[in-house]
Design a protein around this ligand. Structure first.
Ligand SMILES: [Zn+2]
Length: 278
């Protein structure tokens, strides 16, 4: 059964910095002490987690919401067929581990355009997504598979592409990275009305269900004329997170908000505290 969230959970992207590269038990304790609600397992540099840690997370993370982020080295549209197939495998492996730790969903950056037109790349990503979902079905792996809205113009995965793909497959829902959307549009999507537009589109296209089973990334972000440059702390970014949280609240959004700022737990707490002050 897919976990059905009863509220908005505030997660750190990876272990809280206070635990450094410590152990999962330390990280889970730190999250609880910080009054945070869960963690995104960062497999961005490869899926490295011991069997012991997988079992630990599944048994001891029931009061938390857990998600996983796939490797950065994924491109479902590579010019090299073997890289594309390795990318399919990396997403499947992320889902397998996600399932083993009891995760609610996994997310990843699906592809690069590689100079091809948007429709061709869309069809390629769709074909590969179907291959991934077929394996997950055989293995009875039941969690949300979420391509993420990406931050750079060279990356497949603008807001409309992610919604379109989510409409095609039951097990696919968006991971909306609001900071990426803001950076990719070079400063747009930073007002209440613009955030509401995104949520309204999701509700209209995918149904209220998608808003009640949400997965978002929020971080301070720095951007230039090609989009995302780097994540920074909320205080040093122009991201209007307060209006964003208001919109999430007004639309009754439930699920995961993962904070990816460099000071992950501090900004996650800022987000959570502001959200509950509303
Ligand atoms: Zn990401």
């Amino acid at each position: 059964m897919l976990k059905k969230p009863d509220k908005l959970y505030f997660l750190t992207a990876g272990m809280p910095t206070a635990t450094g590269k410590g152990s999962y038990p330390e990280a889970f304790d730190a999250l609880r002490n910080l009054d945070l609600d869960g963690m995104e397992f960062e497999f961005v540099h490869g899926i490295k987690i011991s069997q012991k840690s997988r079992s630990f997370a599944k048994e001891n993370g029931k009061d938390l919401l857990l998600t996983a982020h796939g490797p950065f080295y994924i491109n479902l549209n590579s010019k090299d067929e073997s890289t594309t197939e390795a990318s399919v495998q990396r997403i499947i492996d992320t889902a397998r581990v996600g399932s083993e730790i009891g995760a609610y969903s996994i997310t990843y950056h699906a592809a690069y355009y590689m100079g091809k037109d948007k429709e061709t790349v869309y069809q390629q990503v769709k074909t590969k997504t179907k291959e991934i979902l077929d394996v997950l079905e055989q293995e009875k792996i039941n969690l949300w598979i979420r391509p993420e809205t990406t931050g750079k113009a060279t990356q497949w995965g603008d807001f409309e592409e992610i919604i379109r793909l989510s409409k095609e497959f039951e097990q696919v829902l968006p991971c909306i990275d609001f900071s990426h959307i803001h950076a990719r549009t070079i400063g747009e999507y930073n007002t209440y009305d613009e955030f509401a537009h995104i949520l309204d589109r999701i509700g209209t296209e995918l149904g209220t269900f998608a808003l009640e089973n949400f997965h978002a990334h929020i971080a301070g972000i720095e951007y230039g004329d090609k989009g995302e440059r780097q994540h920074v702390i909320l205080k040093d970014s122009d991201l209007n997170y307060k209006e964003l949280l208001k919109a999430l609240k007004d639309f009754g959004v439930k699920g995961a908000v993962v904070c990816e700022s460099p000071n992950i737990e501090i900004d996650a707490q800022i987000l959570k505290e502001y959200y509950y002050s509303l």
